[in-house]
Every structure is written in C-alpha cells, then in structure tokens.
Design a protein around this ligand. Structure first.
Ligand SMILES: C[S@@+](CC[C@H](N)C(=O)[O-])C[C@H]1O[C@@H](n2cnc3c(N)ncnc32)[C@H](O)[C@@H]1O
Length: 299
C-alpha cells in the first residue's frame, strides 16, 4: 500500500517510545520484516516466525497510524483501555435515537461532503483520513461502545481536527435522522469489519439490515459510494447480498471504473481507501483475506 511507504521515516519515533517494552533492535528489525511482508511483498527464504520473533499486530497498528502522532497511542494499544468485546445493539438502552448535534458546533464547515464510518471502533482509521483531507471533507464515526467514542473525541481534540466528529450512537437507530439533518451531501458510507454475530439467532444483531440499506441509499448523493469489507466471508456475503439487491440504484465500481480490479468472485483486490482499519490490520497479520466491495449510487 502506497500510504504505508510514508511510515518508514517515523519508525524510529515509535521504536524509541517508552511505551514499547521490547528491545529497540529486535523491535526495529521485526517491524521492518513485517513491513516487507505486508507492504513490499519482499521474498525471503526465512519463515515468518523466524523473521518476526517479537512483533505483534498492535505494534503494526501503531505503525499504520504513525502519521497521527498521538504520543500515547502505543500505550493505549498495549492495553490501557478495556472495553467489552461485543455489545448487543438490540438492547433497550441502545434503541434510543441519539440527539442530532448542532452541525455548526461539530464541524468548522458543515456544508462539506460527509463521510460516515459505521462502527468506527477506535476511530483512528477515520482520523487518519480527516487529517489527510482538511477543508474538503467532513468525517463522522458512529460507534456503539461509549468508551471508544470518549477516547476518540479526546484524540480529535489533541490533534485539533475540525472536520471530524464521533457520536456514541446505534447506527441502526440513528443513521437516517442524522443524515437527513446534515447540511451537506453524503459522499461515502463505510461499514468495515462489522461485528460478525456468528450464531444464526444473533444475525439480526448485525449492523447492515434492510432499513439501514434503504437509509444509506436514500441519503447518498448521486455518485456517492458505499464501501463494505469483512474478514469473515459469511458476513461479507451477507452485506453484499443486501447491496447487490439495490442494482437499480447502486452499481459496483468495477463496472464503471477500470482502476478498480476484482477477483473472480467479484471481491475488490485491494483496499481503495489508502489506509487499513485496525481489524483489517489484525486480520491480515493473521493471514486472513479481506472481502471488499465498493458501490456507487447512480445519478
Ligand atoms: C469489529 S469492530 C470493527 C471496527 C473498525 N471498523 C475496524 O475495522 O477496525 C466493529 C465495531 O462496530 C461497532 N458496532 C456494532 N454494532 C454497531 C451499531 N449498530 N452502531 C454503531 N456501531 C456498531 C462495535 O462496537 C465495534 O466497535
């Protein structure tokens, strides 16, 4: 990934961080090997375990987001914040619509095109994009785990970003109302590695259901995009089915833009965002494939 090339110069600052409790030399050499394996696709006779004795995927996450330069990120990554793995989005406490913010208060220019990330997790994926695109786009993360939102907002303040906002909100309940009040156009919605809720009786907890699909399709500007991905094939297929069913309003991007390449099964060959999410980094570190689709709303 081209963006990752930018990370090399900042490697030393991560390595010297007192938060990383491993020896400088072993960490640095491990990191470079991982960097090679994931980004440069270097070939080597050494096995992965020989090449990366101490590297762990949280350190790769820190590397991916190094441009954010939040000094205590590595600390937090190594376990300072404890949050529940899963939350039940159907619980009564999460069924109350969030209060719509005063958009003038949360964005410097609330008329800019909006990018919404549903299930934004730690928020760093979106912060990285917001930092790269000041003055041209606004970013909003919707997240059902309150502690993550509190921490993300703290980071936004530290980074002094005026084009991003995080809301503690159940997207299934609040997305439509939020979008209908936003003063600018909705240009992109992402749902990236959503909670899989594997048990059949829990499938109804999955975030992408027909009402949310309708709200996304209605809310998008003409030419606006929906990006979905998962490291769980079954979940990716589930989301894909919902969006493929909207073929009168949505087209998959490879049909209109030859720069998007798909494999034989119709999954995008690469991440078009220029930055990976945390779950994506962890999953790829473990050798998983990421299943991605990007749709565009017809004009
Ligand atoms: C597996 S994590 C993935 C986070 C991030 N997108 C990534 O790829 O690293 C899924 C996130 O979606 C959040 N989530 C689940 N259901 C949600 C809902 N209905 N509304 C908003 N967020 C939700 C979870 O709390 C969790 O942080």
């Amino acid at each position: 990934m081209a963006n990752a090339v930018l990370k090399i110069p900042v490697l030393s600052s991560i390595i010297t961080s007192t938060a990383v409790k491993c020896s400088k030399s072993s960490f640095s050499s491990s990191l470079l090997h991982i960097y090679g394996r994931h980004i440069c696709n270097c070939s080597s006779a050494a096995s992965v375990s020989e090449r990366q004795p101490q590297i762990r995927s949280p350190q790769l996450v820190a590397l991916e987001y190094a441009d954010l330069t939040i000094p205590h990120i590595v600390c937090e990554e190594l376990g300072a914040l404890r949050v529940r793995q899963h939350v039940n989005p159907l619980s009564a406490s999460l069924s109350i619509p969030v209060e719509v913010p005063n958009w003038e208060d949360v964005f410097e220019d609330p008329k800019l095109p909006l990018v919404v990330d549903i299930g934004s997790g730690s928020g760093r994926f979106l912060m990285w994009l917001a930092k790269k695109n000041p003055g041209s786009k606004n970013y909003m993360g919707l997240e059902i785990r309150k502690k993550l939102v509190t921490r993300a907002e703290k980071w936004v303040k530290e980074l002094a970003l005026s084009n991003i906002h995080f809301l503690f909100a159940n997207a299934s309940i609040s997305f439509k109302q939020l979008i209908s009040t936003y003063p600018g156009p909705l240009m992109l919605v992402s749902i990236l590695c959503p909670d899989p809720h594997f048990k059949k009786r829990h499938h109804k907890r999955r975030v992408l259901q027909k009402p949310l699909v309708d709200a996304i399709v209605d809310g998008l500007m003409p030419g606006g995009q929906v990006f979905i991905q998962s490291d769980v094939l079954e979940v990716a297929i589930d989301m894909r089915r919902y969006l493929d069913a909207e073929s009168d309003k949505l087209v998959h991007v490879d049909n209109i833009d030859s720069s998007f390449l798909c494999d034989d099964a119709g999954w995008l060959k690469s991440n078009p965002m220029g930055i990976r999410t945390e779950r994506e980094i962890h999953a790829e570190f473990e050798g998983a494939k990421i299943y991605r689709r990007m749709y565009q709303k017809l004009s």
